[in-house]
Design a binder for this molecule. Structure first.
Ligand code: 5GP
Length: 208
């Protein structure tokens, strides 16, 4: 059977909805890689530089942005985050599904580029459940938790206009299966497009 083409998979969703866990599960299945974002945020205790993020200064961030090396970027919770371009090209050339775990502003920018990406929004079963997960995670204080929850409401309102699909993360296994199914479906569509002689990922300039 012909190998399915690579694809950019944008995975967004409100704070503590389980984006990182879903991404880890997909990567463990094989065929997926994660795009490592750059961020100016402080590293958390359990995070590793180069694995969770590349932690950089505001000056370094501005340099990358001004050199047009970020495919999208946004300010989230008063820190800057961005997706470097080159690793995306490498993942696509290797026919991988490349996961971009980014916020809705990043999703909006990716949609506008027309890169043949699959945009999936993960939603919580309800807001009470989201507040409970955020509280139990214990990575933010009470004020930060309130700010993140109010942003979550804004993100969920925007989601329907931007994303191809909204998947509710009630049961982790079911959620991972559903996301994987959507990704494979999108990749089969890309294979048809490729067979029809169309250029994949227009604008990303993949050199053979
Ligand atoms: P956290 O600080 O909790 O790791 O991430 C905060 C938010 O920033 C999350 O919604 C996360 O998905 C988003 N984010 C992480 N990396 C990027 C990125 O490269 N671009 C954009 N636009 N958002 C990002």
């Amino acid at each position: 059977m012909e190998e399915l083409p690579g694809i950019l998979v944008v995975l967004s969703g409100p704070t503590a909805v389980g984006k990182t866990t879903v991404a880890r599960r997909l990567i463990a299945m094989g065929g997926y890689v994660q795009s490592i974002s750059v961020t100016t945020r402080e590293k958390r205790k359990d995070e590793k530089d180069g694995i969770d993020y590349r932690f950089i200064s505001v000056e370094e961030f501005e340099k990358l942005r001004d050199a047009n090396e970020l495919v999208e970027y946004a300010e989230v919770h008063e820190n800057w985050y961005g997706t470097p371009k080159q690793p995306l090209r490498e993942a696509l050339k290797a026919n991988k599904a490349c996961l971009l775990v980014i916020d809705v502003n990043g999703g909006f920018q990716m949609r506008g580029k027309g890169y043949d990406s699959e945009l999936i929004f993960l939603a919580p079963p309800d807001m009470e459940e989201l507040a409970r997960r955020l509280h139990n995670r214990k990575t933010e204080d009470a004020i930060q938790q309130t700010a993140r929850l109010s942003r979550a409401t804004m993100e969920m309102q925007k989601a329907a206009e931007i994303y191809n699909d909204i998947v509710v993360n009630k049961d982790l296994e079911a959620c991972v299966d559903e996301v994987h199914g959507l990704v494979q479906q999108a990749r089969r569509r890309l294979l048809e497009k490729k067979k029809a002689g169309e250029t994949l990922y227009p604008g990303l300039d993949l050199k053979e």
